[in-house]
Design a protein around this ligand. Structure first.
Ligand SMILES: [Zn+2]
Length: 343
């Protein structure tokens, strides 16, 4: 059987231009991602990772190839200047004033990035920074060594990027409690799990908007390092059973980091049976605050334990899906999955 990835690989060997924009290829040995028709890269199949969008490749920790320019072939000078600035300092957290310091109007940068890549410049820089940090979690310190041996100066910000997103390693902050972080691969994409030895603190899709802020909140009280703990192993096994349709309720111990009101809403979410949905208004009535629909929706959005605390089971009163931090495609899939509509 020829899989899609084999088809993509063949398209790369053939430099088949019909696949332009259909996929991007990340090369594990170099940390670079390319267009299908890149003139220089002919990696082995096992070293290729395929992505549907450039943003996904960035989030997986790849940087754009300097030969085939996977982000665009004819970039306006402004965009090229900003891309170079990000690569010079991939761990940097960008703000509008940093853009202005390069004599570029932030709203121009925003518009141009949005038009070309579908994300703003600040989001691009964030995706690059998060991608590096998540890659380090996935591969441990071997990534840094690989980058150095591939000819990078100073590990190309891998360690710095990790520290900027996840905080300092425990050696630099020995008295802090330590949380372990790992990437769990699921049918719907990579998920970031962060846990102590006793409880899971965070489970989110790795490309979720706002993930970095959630991580920052955890960092206030703990150092986060790549690794595994009992709750991470347990949730990985439970997620596998959930996606196989064999598990409806999770038993991994969780830590609820929220206000009393938020915790009340999250508890009400857990009371919605698998396979059913509720409206935001129904949920508000459930927690005894029928007029606080907006606050309930906000507490719903502040959930940091995706799937486990089933915020995806809350939809608009008119039957429309409403919002979802992990994206509406995933929300729809999860609801249908729980209703047994995929089997
Ligand atoms: Zn290339």
């Amino acid at each position: 059987m020829i899989t899609t990835h084999h088809e993509y690989y063949q398209a790369m060997l053939d430099k088949n231009s019909e696949y332009e924009g259909i996929f991007y290829v990340g090369v594990k040995t170099t940390g670079v991602f390319c267009r299908p028709g890149c003139p220089v890269r002919k990696p082995k199949f096992e070293n290729c990772e395929f992505f549907e969008t450039a943003a996904q490749a960035l989030l997986a920790g790849y940087r754009p190839c300097k030969r085939c320019h996977p982000l665009s072939s004819h970039l306006p000078e402004t965009i090229q200047q900003l891309l170079n600035a990000v690569e010079a300092q991939p761990d940097k957290k960008w703000h509008s004033e940093d853009v202005r310091a390069l004599h570029i109007d932030p709203s121009t940068a925003r518009r141009q990035f949005k038009k070309r890549f579908g994300i703003t410049f600040i989001e691009y820089a964030r995706a690059r920074r998060m991608g590096l940090a998540l890659k380090e979690i996935q591969n441990g310190s071997s990534v840094i060594e690989a980058q150095v041996s591939a000819g990078y100066e100073s590990g190309s910000g891998f360690r710095d990027a990790f520290a900027s997103v996840m905080g300092t390693a425990p050696s630099a902050a020995e008295h802090q409690p330590v949380l372990e972080s790992a990437i769990i691969e699921t049918k719907l994409g990579s998920m970031l799990a962060i846990a102590s030895d006793d409880a899971l603190h965070l489970l989110e899709f790795a490309d979720r908007r706002g993930l970095e802020r959630a991580v920052e909140r955890l960092r206030k009280n703990a150092a986060i390092v790549p690794g595994r703990s009992g709750p991470i192993d347990q949730i990985e096994a439970e997620l596998q059973a959930y996606f196989a349709g064999k598990l409806a309720a999770f038993t991994t111990p969780v830590a609820l980091n929220g206000t009393d009101f938020q915790q009340k809403v999250w508890q009400a979410l857990c009371d919605i049976p698998c396979g059913e949905t509720r409206s935001y208004a129904e949920l508000a009535a459930e927690v005894g605050k029928p007029s606080a629909v907006r606050a309930v929706a906000q507490a719903n959005g502040a959930n940091q334990l995706a799937i486990i605390i089933p915020c995806h089971r809350v939809i608009n009163a008119d039957g429309k899906l409403g919002g979802y931090g992990g994206g509406l495609v995933r929300k729809k899939w999860l609801i249908e999955h729980e209703q047994g509509r995929h089997s």
